[in-house]
Design a protein around this ligand. Structure first.
Ligand code: ADP
Ligand code: F6P
Length: 466
């Protein structure tokens, strides 16, 4: 295997599951923030991406994507169950998202998580050239930094957590808390979405590892680990140019016509995940219809909920509940040829998503907890004029940056109802001021700025450590 000076290690490769018979493959742009964000910066950089294809069994050789080499890691059925569906997505994911669903602590999953993390670390060690930079991503691979440091002390190791890092009271519930914390702190720089996460980790490191912890540096075993907040972003220029394409503009026009040109459109776009607050949102909308404060003759909701982690029990239950509720709302409030909600449980390509963003009067992004939420940023980037309102949860990382959104506590259904009405009734001048401010913020803080900030700090962290 050829070696690279930059290696990204992430659970998933950004690759389409369907490889054509001639072996050609395309960027998958999987419905998830991580692959989309990194895809934007790695497409033209000589680098290697170590990750899982999402399929079970022996990993096949994959062609390069431009200057990016793909190094697939294979998972057996039992490993996918224990590591991905189990420890990553049934223990860490709920715990890191405020335990909005109870985390499951299954002792069998831990061994699998550890052995799969070792496999990722070995793959990274093999493809990293001497002194390379290895950038490990997210909660699936929290043990990789320390494992890799033991295998390859010469490489510079970064770790970035795309999801929230929980408050100490929650993290302390984890049976394997010491190993997980130590594993992550094997990096030279640990990056988070929000400064509070660095604060939480510093407190935990002092308590559990006897480290000296500050919010920007932790001293552990005579080594200094830098920490800090680096809010992830999107490729604003790409979304803007996509949005100006004739296909997208025409598609947006057609969708507006099909939805009813005179109607106000409420749009939500999520992975079908219990952290995204879809049920709370449906309750708010349904009560507004029930109370006659919104009417189907002049308002319509579009809920895109792309299938996600479908083999995990909680996700299947959620889908059933959402589909039941959408059916109930349409049954009670819809009219012939005029549903109250259009529910789309399917993936869309980027151009169609951009067109959808342009059709919304109000974009409703109301997760109960979210590391960042890139959909909120995509909506702002996709708008071609200054119309449109963004209703955004205070519990999304994006709320700290998009302060001109209509911020809302999604747990407070009455507050959510009032905020939806407020956004629908907002004065165009107010909306324009808000949209301009948000656009200018994301333009200055795009995905390239994020990668530059992180990698510059990583260089610095390493040079200070030498
Ligand atoms: P998460 O990482 O939790 O999925 P984000 O909002 O940060 O949440 O990222 C979601 C990403 O998935 C966005 O880039 C969005 O465009 C994409 N996405 C969401 N829904 C769909 C869909 N139906 N089809 C394709 N991509 C989608
Ligand atoms: O943002 C969190 C995250 O787990 C990312 O790592 C991933 O891009 C996204 O959600 C989608 O999840 P999955 O890879 O499980 O489909």
């Amino acid at each position: 295997m050829r070696q690279s000076s930059l290696v990204v290690v992430a659970n998933r490769l950004p690759l389409d599951d369907n490889i054509a018979p001639d072996g050609a493959c395309e960027w998958r742009r999987s419905p998830g923030g991580l692959a989309g964000a990194l895809h934007a910066i790695l497409e033209q950089t000589p680098a290697t991406w170590v990750g899982w294809t999402g399929t079970i069994g022996e990993a096949q050789r994959l062609p390069d994507l431009g200057t990016l080499r793909l190094c697939p890691v294979s998972l057996t059925e039992a490993e996918a169950r224990g590591y991905y569906e189990g420890f990553a997505n049934s223990t860490l994911w709920p715990l890191y998202h405020d335990a909005v669903e109870p985390p499951v602590f299954d002792r069998g999953w831990w061994e699998t998580y550890r052995s799969v993390n070792r496999r990722f670390a070995e793959a990274a060690a093999e493809v990293a050239e001497p002194g390379a930079t290895v950038w490990v991503q997210d909660y699936h691979l929290q043990l990789v930094p320390q494992l890799l440091r033991e295998m390859r002390p010469d490489v510079v190791i970064g770790f970035f957590l795309h999801v929230p890092f929980p408050p100490p009271e929650l993290f302390m519930q984890l049976p394997r808390r010491v190993e997980l914390l130590r594993g992550m702190l094997g990096a030279d720089l640990v990056g988070f979405q929000r400064p509070q996460a660095a604060h939480n980790v510093a407190q935990l490191a002092a308590k559990l590892l006897d480290a000296r912890g500050a919010d920007d540096a932790i001293t552990l075993d005579d080594r200094v680990v830098r920490t800090g907040a680096f809010p992830v972003s999107i490729d604003v220029a790409e979304m803007r140019s996509l949005s100006a394409r004739p296909y997208v503009v025409n598609q947006a026009r057609r969708l507006r016509h099909d939805l009813g040109s005179h109607k106000r459109v409420l749009l939500s776009v999520d992975r079908l995940d219990y952290t995204k607050g879809i049920e709370h949102r449906l309750t708010a909308y349904s009560e507004l219809l029930r109370d006659g404060r919104l009417k189907v003759r002049d308002t319509v909701m579009v809920q895109v909920a792309v299938p996600s982690r479908e083999r995990v029990e909680n996700y299947r239950g959620l889908r059933d509940r959402i589909e039941g509720e959408v059916g109930r709302i349409n049954g009670e409030y819809g009219r012939v040829g005029e549903p109250a909600i259009h529910y789309l449980n399917q993936p869309f390509d980027r151009a169609d998503l951009a067109a959808l963003y342009q059709t919304a009067d109000v974009m409703v992004v109301t997760p109960l907890r979210d590391g960042m939420n890139l959909v909120a940023k995509e909506f702002v980037a996709a708008r071609r004029d200054d119309s449109g309102a963004l209703v955004l949860s205070e519990f999304a990382g994006a709320a700290a940056e998009l302060e001109d959104a209509f911020l809302v506590n999604p747990h407070d259904v009455d507050g959510l109802k009032e905020t939806l009405l407020h956004a629908l009734a907002a004065d165009p001048g107010d909306l324009a001021t808000r949209m301009k401010a948000m656009r200018s913020y994301i333009t200055a803080n795009d995905i390239h700025a994020w990668a530059r900030a992180y990698l510059t700090e990583l260089d610095l962290a390493r040079s200070l450590a030498l």
